[in-house]
Design a protein around this ligand. Sequence first.
Ligand code: ZN
Ligand code: ZN
Length: 472
Amino acid sequence: MNRTMTALVALVLAVPALATTPAPPPTLEQAADRALSTDMHAWDFVEGITTEVGPRQAGTEAEARGRAWAAQWLKQRGFQNVAVEPFMMDTWVPGDIARARVTAPFAQDLEVLPLGNSGATPAGGIEGEVVFFRTVDDLRAAPAGSLTGKFAYISHQMRPAQDGSHYGFAGPVRWVGPGLAASKGAVGVVIKSVGTDHHRNPHTGGTSFPAGIDPIPAGALSLPDAENLERMFARAAGRPVTLKLEMNPRQLGKTESGNVVGEIVGRNPSLPPVLLACHIDSWWNSPGAFDDGAGCAIVAAAALNAAKAGQPLRTIRVLMAGAEETGLWGSQAYSDAHIDEAIAVGIESDFGADRVWRFDSNFRESNPALHKRIAAAVARLGVSSGTEVAGGGADLNIVRDQKGALIDLQQDGMRYFDLHHTPDDTLDKIDLVQLRQNVAVWTQVVGILANEANSILTGGPIPSAPPIMQGK
Ligand code: ZN
Ligand code: ZN
């Protein structure tokens, strides 16, 4: 070959080499922007788990299938150190009978579902007069023993709110109402569902009974049925309103649940990791698309997208907690098992799939530079900087126990309580555009945190030894 030919061959041989030169990784901003328009990781997760697994009641074989499905998904997407960490829990199941019927003065059936931890009625049901409480505070004020042999009905005035804050006002009707009624002698309780829709779907959810008080049958009426019952009281003109309730939930005793964990291992794995949390369980009556399939989808997608900008400095750990709904069992088990392993910062997604609109942290004052950097980075995605002190979510017990750094990415809650804990919590309610905005915001935030060299809570240098853990 002459020199020209040699040069030509060399050029031809060089072309494939040039073609296979890897493109530089995107910047974090580019990775977040791509998530905003094209992310399919989150959709694939929530579509997959709702389709292939469906409802995932805590402590049951259905939740175990959910765990196995999620662990496999994480492995297939390249997460490392994927594991299921089992724990034992007290498991309640709803049974297969839930009937409520007003027997006088206007006989008709009402749509009802048992609340988590509800007691059972005798076979064939139990009948009694209903005492109407407009609020849970009215029930609190009822004299001891005044409900002996009777049902309590508890109402409330919950409204949609962007920050979901009305859950805090109405929630006690479900959380403590049944226990209060039981302590005053009631044979059963029905509540107006803690929700904001007007479909004939009762909203279930957990309740609890004080120590020494035996659980009584406790059910949620759909909002239209609750309003119907209230109209009956208005038209009864002093005549007693009587109800027959039949439900057969039961406690199974101790059964196994578990947390699913997986990691994107950082360049310096000895640094405390960034912890992203969600919960894998749902109530039995829905496939849990909003609550909390979407949350697990968002955190897993954010970890994957943040890593597209290059291996992060810190490890990103995903915690898909088990058994959140029936009492934060997985969150507590994770804290108990890992309390001595410092976490850099925790964030949870458990409020559906609608857009993120506000960023809060608990280090706005102790580390203002980092707070401002994150606020500036998410502003272009339509997220404002809040002034609330982030408290983290239910699955971040470990971070609270460590008194560590927390971020809340507040999602739009205007329709969350239309769907919450109802059979309507299904995949079709998820808006892909809003889901992607969530993932983009999360990608941006997680990427910043996972590449932060300083201590996140204080902004100072990272101590060489793990920080001393505060008492639990
Ligand atoms: Zn949830
Ligand atoms: Zn829930």
